[in-house]
Design a protein around this ligand. Structure first.
Ligand code: AMP
Length: 300
């Protein structure tokens, strides 16, 4: 695995690997502190592409609170080893001076797709995500880029960005990986105090109640939203919404491919999770993601 720190070196390293082996260049953007969610994206890229590039950059522009940026977990050596084991060919780990250069003035306003849910609760977040993702998509020469369904609204925003800015890149959405107890994997899980773990599980259990109701025929958003929050756990809910998979607009009825998304705080750690509802030959299918069969490597 080649480790590079500039866009130019990343492009030539990927081109060099490709000239040797052929196939498409697949990009997996991450903020590091890798877990099985990230690794599943890399595994899918490995299966589908000739060259796998991973970017590792904790983007300060997408943190609407600098305290959140400061405590975001980081561990470069660990990430480098895990990426190499996952079959990554090129690890792009730029310093901030490479990503944001003096004299820049262009900003990206993602518009309606970013207006609700995360966009409403984290002002400026999606503008920061859009700018860094646009730089990665434009600057690295990948033909496919892999993103998790875990960040459902982000995935919709990135599809819209790719379409609107005419990037010749295919965006691939991958299932949410969960810990053995159902908690959606996130680098932030590492920050949840052990005594609050049970409270955090209220999120995935609430979604599971709603998922079962959908399977039993419920199609109205309000009862589904109430089922999610019907838990004794003392969670600080920020939102529970049903949204269109395509443009993230809020829905009152589950009548198209959509997702039920939540954000909640547990002991000051902000967590998000969702269920996807996909079309299938006999109607709708609930995508709950995939549970690990062993404890996550986050805790090793
Ligand atoms: P992050 O490092 O949190 O910015 O995430 C990098 C990529 O990994 C994004 O596309 C996320 O959606 C994806 N991701 C994060 N957590 C998970 C998960 N539990 N399952 C699948 N993908 C994930």
């Amino acid at each position: 695995m080649k480790v590079v720190h500039s866009f130019a070196d990343a492009r030539s390293a990927a081109r060099y690997s490709r000239d040797g082996g052929g196939g498409k260049i697949g990009l997996v953007p991450t903020m590091g502190f890798l877990h099985e969610g990230h690794l599943s994206l890399m595994a899918q890229a490995r299966r589908e592409c000739g060259v796998v590039m991973m970017s590792l950059y904790v983007n300060p522009r997408q943190f609407n609170q600098s305290s959140d940026f400061d405590i975001y977990p980081r561990s470069f050596d660990r990430d480098r080893q895990l990426a190499a084991e996952a079959g990554v060919d090129v690890l792009f780990a730029p310093p901030t001076e490479e990503v944001y250069q003096p004299g820049e003035s262009i900003m990206i306003e993602p518009g309606a797709v970013a207006a609700s849910m995360e966009g409403r609760h984290r002002p400026g977040h999606f503008q920061g995500v859009a700018l860094v993702v646009a730089k990665l998509l434009a600057g690295l020469g990948a033909e496919r880029a892999y993103f998790g369904r875990k960040d459902a609204q982000q995935l919709a925003m990135i599809r819209q960005l790719t379409h609107d800015l005419c990037f010749p890149i295919e965006i691939v959405g991958c299932p949410t990986m969960r810990e053995m107890d159902g908690l959606a994997l996130s680098s932030r899980n590492f920050l949840i105090p052990a005594e609050h773990r049970e409270t955090a599980l209220g999120i995935s259990r609430g979604l599971e109640r709603a998922g079962r109701a959908v399977e039993a025929g419920e199609r109205s958003a309000d009862p589904l939203r109430r089922l999610v929050t019907a838990t004794p756990a003392s969670l600080e809910w920020q939102y529970v919404e049903l949204a269109d998979q395509h443009d993230a607009s809020l829905l009152r009825t589950l009548d198209r491919p959509s997702f039920l998304a939540v954000a909640a705080k547990v002991a000051d750690v902000r967590l998000i999770d969702n269920l996807f509802f996909d079309r299938c030959p006999d109607g709708l299918k609930v995508d709950r993601g995939i549970r690990l069969e062993a404890p996550s490597l986050l805790y090793q």
